[in-house]
Design a protein around this ligand. Structure first.
Ligand code: EPU
Length: 419
């Protein structure tokens, strides 16, 4: 199952149920390390990245049972280990999320520098800066960082880089601060719904975090956290990908199990391009049109246009007559998909952190190579509208972040099979 074969030209029609949010599930699962007792976490997507965090947690003494209904039952059984296995950490950037919980609960963490999608520089200096502010000693070794602290203390800190706030950095510091002595204030905290979701989960376990959904988080340390039951929000990036697919293929797709508020900027962007989007009781209906307008888009931290939908939007823009431009403000190198779309006939030019698109091309199906998760999704979208057959190689990237994408697209009428 290393490639997907798509015969383009079929409009997507029908209903799709969006899965739980990968980027909420990963830190929430890591935060179980902080707790006593059992937590039941519902709506956890079945993805390879989730399998990686489960393996890491097993190794760190957390017992996890997967139920048939997308729920995970998690209990900390053994608190002796503080070193997640290097080979697992290097598979996925989000494994860095165990750092804060280990430091806060087990007083030390030794962790390899994480891997993950190759989308440009992904340092962890802000995570470390936050931990240092909370009182951690930090030793950098060749491929590891070791953090120790007999106790953490609350403090005020500004967490940001030239690229804005940090999602996992905010999550990590917040998880360390919940058991610190006193009050921590994180200024310039990430406001992404997945960060808010983690804060809600921690509060349900007994933490005292306020300012949820804003860029100033106040965390009053508590003595202990306890197991709880929680239902994870749906994946706004999966939803956005299906919205773009519906529009591109000129189909009609109803998205269920979503929160339209989390998609406001995506809805506005697509509507400006001429896509018709109707909000109904259960979600959103995207109605494709015969033609669309080109546009200029800049990715930004939430509530701006998400970097995780940049490649998919570019795929759509290459098919729209006129000049469009996308500027990437979070990961200025996140354009690995451009060369593959150009092979399919797209007329695009990369200039620094922007890609200029001379749209209106009829894409041609051929063999292309996926380089990372969202680039893979962009190539799938291109394949859905290309003339002829598109083979996408290295699709294991897709399985990191899209649950059953092939099956969901097939149900909507796409001609897409594993090869
Ligand atoms: N940054 C630093 N230093 C740090 C941390 C980040 O300079 O210590 C920079 C990054 O290099 C980047 C910017 O700050 O330029 C923002 O990075 P951020 O830390 O917010 O990214 P992340 O937390 O590692 C999460 C998502 C990504 C998503 C970004 C931005 C998860 C598991 N990952 O990554 O999701 O692109 O936020 O929204 O939550 C994906 O799902 O495909 C994906 C890559």
């Amino acid at each position: 199952m290393e490639s997907l074969l798509i015969k383009g030209g079929k409009p997507l029609c029908g209903t799709v149920k969006i899965s739980g949010a990968k980027n909420a599930a990963l830190p929430i699962l890591a935060s179980v390390i902080l707790s006593r007792g059992t937590s039941v976490i519902h709506n956890v997507p079945r993805l390879s990245d989730v399998e990686v965090i489960i393996e890491i947690l097993h190794d760190l003494g957390v017992e996890i049972f997967r139920r048939e209904d997308h729920a995970l039952v998690c209990t900390v059984k053994d608190e002796t280990s503080y070193t997640p296995p290097r080979e697992l950490v290097q598979k996925m950037r989000a494994s860095i999320c165990v750092m804060g919980p280990l430091l806060a609960k087990r007083k030390k963490a030794k962790i390899a520098f994480p891997g993950g999608c190759v989308i440009g520089k992904r340092p962890i200096d802000l995570h470390l800066k936050g931990m240092q502010h909370l009182g951690a000693n930090i030793e950098m070794q060749d491929s590891h960082v070791k953090l120790t602290a007999d106790f953490l203390h609350g403090t005020k800190m500004f967490l940001g880089s030239a690229f804005g706030s940090t999602v996992l950095g905010t999550a990590n510091v917040m998880m360390a601060a919940v058991l610190a002595q006193g009050r921590t204030i994180i200024d310039n905290a990430a406001r992404e719904p997945e960060v808010e979701e983690l804060a809600k989960f921690l509060n349900q376990m007994g933490a005292k975090i306020s300012g949820l959904g804003t860029n100033i988080l106040t965390i009053d340390g508590v003595e202990a956290l306890y197991g709880t039951e929680y239902y994870i929000i749906s994946d706004r990036i999966e939803a956005g990908t299906f919205m773009i697919a519906a529009a591109m293929t000129k189909g009609r797709v109803e998205l269920q199990n979503i929160n339209p508020l989390h998609l406001a900027c995506v809805v506005r962007t697509l509507e400006k391009m001429g896509v018709v989007i109707v909000e109904d009781r259960d979600g959103l209906v995207v109605e494709g049109q015969d033609s669309y307008f080109p546009t200029q888009v800049c990715t930004n931290p939430y509530p701006g246009f998400p970097t995780d939908l940049q490649a998919q939007l570019a795929s759509m823009l290459v098919t729209i007559k006129g000049n469009s431009c996308i500027t990437e403000k979070i990961y200025p190198q996140r354009f690995a998909y451009v060369a593959e779309l150009m092979k399919m006939g797209a007329c695009m030019q990369r200039k620094g952190a922007s890609v200029h698109i001379h749209g209106g091309t009829t894409l041609k199906g051929l063999t292309v190579f996926a380089s990372d998760l969202r680039a893979s999704a962009a190539l799938v979208l291109a394949g859905l509208v290309a003339v002829g057959e598109t083979t996408i190689k290295h699709i294991h990237h897709l399985e990191r972040g899209y649950e059953n994408l092939q099956a969901k697209l097939s149900l909507l009428g796409a001609d897409i099979i594993y090869e």
